[in-house]
Design a protein around this ligand. Structure first.
Ligand code: SAM
Length: 317
């Protein structure tokens, strides 16, 4: 058996499946766990590959580390989505991180991952610094932002309510994730910044496979945050050059020199990284011309709550 997955309306990739280990329609999405020949175990949600055992670090490390490494003293983190535990694992490597609020929609994804992906989560779910908030990540963020607005004296900037790091590890902007890519949502995320050093990171889709989505994510983030930078690398489990976005009101990862980054890696944790390091840093932030090409896509627009459907949307299977 093969999984054939579209990366856009007219091209895609495939991989062979040895065995279907589990398949379940959860309250929110269809979850499938398969054993593959090439990637080890893989998790698919609504027919889209989310994570595979092989080379998953090429997604999780660039999503997390540029955001956390450029922060001078990261303590409080919020993770939205990321039910497989890989992103949680990377955040927890930092000795300075005191707490992680984990806002994941689907408890069944966490249950699947606990059972089938011990190499990915590496017991991240049982770290004492993590507080689970099972439910819609958008609702979590809007409630927290409202709390800030209703209590101006308890503004996120001056209280323990704000976050130093907010990371979104989300499914593509379809189905239950659709409303977490809008300008209104990003404005609420920004309200949760503890201060000017705070950083928000998320994936930015593929500039090659789905340039319309890449351009719209860039446009929407840039309309909300003062600085937005992009990194890219090839992610085999998505069969494409992938991208990551780092948004803040003061920090620009690309401007930090790779020597400083290596010093921070050495200072801030004992566990080694596989992919993000002094040598890889310039390549992550290299100005690949495909970024400018995608960014100037004619269907680029700001995504709003009133019209959240991305141009070029396609069925994965
Ligand atoms: N790396 C993946 C990618 O880019 O395709 C994302 C992986 S992670 C498994 C995606 C997570 O987002 C899933 O656990 C899913 O349940 C979660 N998710 C989807 N919609 C959500 C929502 N509205 N609120 C919180 N989490 C959500």
């Amino acid at each position: 058996m093969e999984i054939r997955e579209y990366s856009n309306a007219s091209s895609g990739f495939f991989y062979k499946v040895k065995e279907i280990l589990a398949s379940k329609q959860t309250q929110y999405q269809k979850a499938e766990l398969v054993e593959t020949e090439f990637f080890g175990k893989a998790l698919l949600l609504d027919g889209r590959t989310q994570v595979t055992e092989r080379w998953e670090y090429r997604y999780h490390e660039p999503l997390v580390h540029p955001a956390v490494l450029i922060h001078p003293n990261p303590k409080r983190a919020l993770l939205i989505g990321g039910g497989d535990g890989g992103t949680l694992r990377e955040i927890q490597k930092y000795k300075s991180i005191e707490s992680v609020d984990f806002a994941e929609l689907d408890p069944e994804v966490v249950t699947f991952s606990k059972e089938y992906f011990p190499t990915i989560h590496q017991n991240a779910f049982s770290d004492k610094r993590v507080t689970f908030h099972i439910g819609d990540g958008r609702e979590f963020v809007f409630n927290a932002a409202k709390n800030v607005s209703d209590n101006p004296k308890k503004d996120a900037r001056s209280s323990a309510n704000g976050y130093d790091i907010i990371i979104m590890d989300m499914t593509d902007p379809v189905g239950p994730a659709c409303m977490l890519y809008t300008k209104e949502f990003f404005l609420a995320v920004k309200k949760l910044f503890k201060n000017k050093n705070a950083v928000f990171s998320m994936h930015g889709e593929s500039p090659m496979a789905w340039p319309e989505a890449f351009a719209c994510i860039s446009a929407t983030l840039s309309d909300v945050f003062a600085h937005v930078s992009t990194s890219t690398c090839y992610v085999p489990m998505y069969g494409a050059l992938w991208s990551y976005k780092y948004a803040s009101d003061s920090r620009v990862p690309v401007l930090q020199d790779s020597g400083l980054i290596q010093d921070r890696i050495t200072e801030r944790f004992d566990k080694p990284l596989t992919f993000v390091n002094k040598e890889m840093w310039p390549s992550l932030f290299a100005n690949d011309p495909v970024i400018a090409e995608a960014d100037s896509h004619p269907l680029r627009r700001i995504i709003r709550d009133s019209d959240p459907v991305f141009p070029g949307i396609f069925d994965a299977q």
